[in-house]
Structures are given as C-alpha cells and as structure tokens.
Design a protein around this ligand. Structure first.
Ligand code: NAP
Ligand code: ZN
Length: 347
C-alpha cells in the first residue's frame, strides 16, 4: 500500500477538501503514475453532488488524468519509468464479454470499473485523479505524446474521446452538416473534431459571449439559442447533431433541425429525463441516440490523431484549492473551455 493524498467530497453536500487514502502497490500488470494534471469534467460535479443517484462517498473525482510513469509491473510492455501516461474514465472491465472483445470496454456486460465512484473487482472503492498518484492496469492506460502541451491534453481523456467516438460512429466527414449543442468542455472538443473531419459545423450556444470563440474554434455558423425562434431557419438542415448539454433543455427543437434520416446523439447527461415528442422523430425517420466515452483502442487512436493534428483542449489552469470555485463556475457555463488542475499545487 502507498499513501495517496488528494481532494474528496465526503457527502453530496460537502465541499471538496483535502483527503488521505491508500492505493495498492502496482501488481505485475499495473503501472503507477505521478499525476501532473487532471481535467474537471461536469460529470465530476454531477457525481460529487449525487445528481445521478447511487454516488459512493468519500469520493475523489477526476477522470482526465495525465502524468509520469513512476513504476511498472513485471509484465508491463507499453510503458517504462519516466514515460508520459494517461487514464480516462475506466480502469478495468471483464475483458471476456462481446463488448470488451470488440474494444468497447465502456459497455462491458459485467459493468466496467470506472476511475472513481465505482467498486473494483475486490469490491473496494476506486479513487480518481484529483490526487497525487494512481495505480492502473496497463491495458487501461494511454500513451501520451510529448509533442502536445501536457495540461491541455488531459481533457482529451474524457471530453476528447466522448465527442470523437460518436462523430466517428456516425461517419461525420467532408460534406457532413453537423450541429453541436453547448459550448463547454465536451462541446468545444466536438466542434474542433467535427471541423477537423471536414464537416460544416453549426454551433448552438445559450451564451452570446461565446460566439466569437466558437468561430475561432472552427464553427462555420453560430446560433445563440436563448430565443426559441433562433432555430426556425435551420429546420431540416443537419445530418448529425451532438448534444453536450448538462441540464434539461428542449430536445424537440433540436430534432427539428435534422434532415431526413438524421441522428441526434446525446452525450450530455442531465439529471432528469428529456421529453421527446413522437412527431419530432416520425416525420423524417429521425434517430434519437446516445454515446458514452469510447473504448481504449479508440481513445489511443483519438490521442494519436490529436498529436498528429496538434489538437488539444482550451484550458484554464487552476490550483486544486480552487476546485470548489471551479465547480460553481462550470455549473454557470462560465469556463473557457475546461478547467485543469495543476497537481503541483497539491502539497
Ligand atoms: P460543461 O463544460 O458544463 O458544458 C455544458 C454546456 O452546456 C455549457 O457550457 C453550456 O454551453 C450548455 N448548457 C448548460 N446548461 C444549459 C441549459 N440549462 N440549457 C442549455 N444549455 C446549457 O460540461 P461538460 O463537461 O462538457 O459535460 C457536458 C455533459 O456531458 C454533462 O452532463 C456530463 O456529465 C456529460 N458527459 C457525458 C459523457 C458520456 O460519456 N456520455 C462523458 C463526459 C461528460 P453554452 O454556454 O454554450 O450554452
Ligand atoms: Zn468526464
């Protein structure tokens, strides 16, 4: 056992505060990583506040982890001491079911072990990346290119793969007409990827102050949706819409922007169900779908694509002592466009 130090929520109403705990020593298939940076995902807030139900406390959030390898087990092949490594939303899965075998461990039929707010195979709670180090199975660790800014790479481990994967699945490419709803952590990555894949991108935002940034990030068009009439001119115009919104909103208005046979994929996870009108779907044979993160193989593919194309997240670097303030700002859509914790601040 090695002592670890981090920040945790002790209950769903408590602020995050310093917390000491133990991590296992690396086994033969594990690596230990000294965490340098960890992104702050809206899922961290939903779970720390138990907005989805079933949260496990004490909770050390954080699943956008990058750092340096400090130890490797004897069977480890991909990493050596001193390498950069990343950990995203998952740390284990059964490896045997059809979904694991297809490289989609997030859909493991036995339930994958998430990086935090989850029990490992021994029934012990997993602790996440708002901490000084992590021990993880090599198979769930990602290679990180030294070419990219390390702090700005951290959000790729969740916000990056969660948006890259559905854009690939629904074959977004040159000539596709894509809509991105919400310009936050996930939204700005969806915008960057859709643009990089050659799509014509319309960014939807409730924040007029983000309009100019959306253009800089690659949007061909920006629609401020505060006024419901704003969508009227876009009826039947988009092939694929990715919805990254973290709170309840009118999904039917956005289904109306899809062309015949178009798909709207939810990646945002509001705490309450979203009412969908049958008429929004049947007239035009439209699909309402969803997607969760992405498998390890695809996450590596996404990281390699980012290294090749120089794609990273736009971040605000914070000290861990500012985490509660950062949570408040994220819930007010006031972040450009991802907070990342500099773990050097954790003393
Ligand atoms: P975020 O940075 O807070 O971004 C969400 C954006 O949604 C906001 O910046 C805002 O954009 C928009 N928004 C917020 N409240 C709204 C409202 N009431 N009505 C309309 N738009 C609103 O959050 P994130 O980290 O990108 O995460 C987004 C959601 O995805 C969260 O629910 C998170 O849990 C979920 N998530 C899912 C997965 C997955 O695997 N499916 C993975 C990670 C995260 P504008 O200011 O531009 O309107
Ligand atoms: Zn996340």
């Amino acid at each position: 056992m090695a002592h670890s130090h981090g920040f945790a929520a002790l209950t769903k109403t408590s602020k995050l505060a310093p917390f000491n705990f133990d991590r296992r020593d690396p086994g033969p298939d594990d690596i230990a990583i000294q965490i340098r940076y960890c992104g702050v995902c809206h899922s961290d807030i939903h779970q720390a506040r138990d907005e989805w139900g079933g949260s496990i406390f004490p909770m050390v959030p954080g699943h956008e982890i990058v750092g340096k390898v400090t130890k490797v087990g004897k069977n480890v092949k991909k990493f050596k001491e001193g390498d950069l490594a990343g950990v995203g939303c998952m740390v284990d899965s059964c490896g045997q079911c059809e979904n694991c075998k297809d490289g989609e461990e997030m859909f493991c039929l036995k339930g994958c072990v998430f990086t935090y707010n989850s029990l490992d195979k021994e029934g012990k709670p997993a602790f996440g990346g708002y901490s000084d180090h992590i021990v993880c199975k090599e198979a769930f660790c990602l290679k990180i290119s030294p070419k990219l800014d390390l702090a700005a790479t951290a959000p790729l481990l969740c916000a990056g793969i969660t948006t890259y994967s559905p854009l690939k699945h629904w074959k977004v490419g040159k000539g596709s007409r894509v809509g991105v709803i919400g310009l936050g952590g996930l939204g700005h990555m969806a915008l960057k990827f859709a643009h990089a894949f050659g799509a014509h991108v319309t960014q939807f935002t409730t924040s007029p102050g983000k309009e100019a940034d959306a253009k800089k990030l690659g949007a061909d068009e920006v629609v401020v949706t505060k006024d419901p009439k704003a969508l009227a001119g876009l009826a039947n115009s988009l092939d694929f819409v990715i919805d990254t919104v973290s709170a309840p909103h009118d999904i039917n208005a956005f289904l109306g922007t899809l062309r015949r046979n178009g798909t709207l994929a939810l990646v945002g996870v509001p705490e309450k169900p979203l009412p969908v009108s049958a008429f929004s779907l049947i007239m035009g044979r439209k699909s309402f779908s969803g997607s969760a993160i992405g498998g390890i193989r695809e996450t590596q593919e996404m990281l390699d694509f980012c290294a090749e194309r120089g794609i990273v997240s736009d971040i605000e670097l914070i000290n861990i002592q500012q985490i509660n303030e950062a949570f408040e700002r994220v819930t007010k859509s006031d972040v450009k466009y991802r907070f990342v914790i500099d773990m050097a601040s954790l003393k």
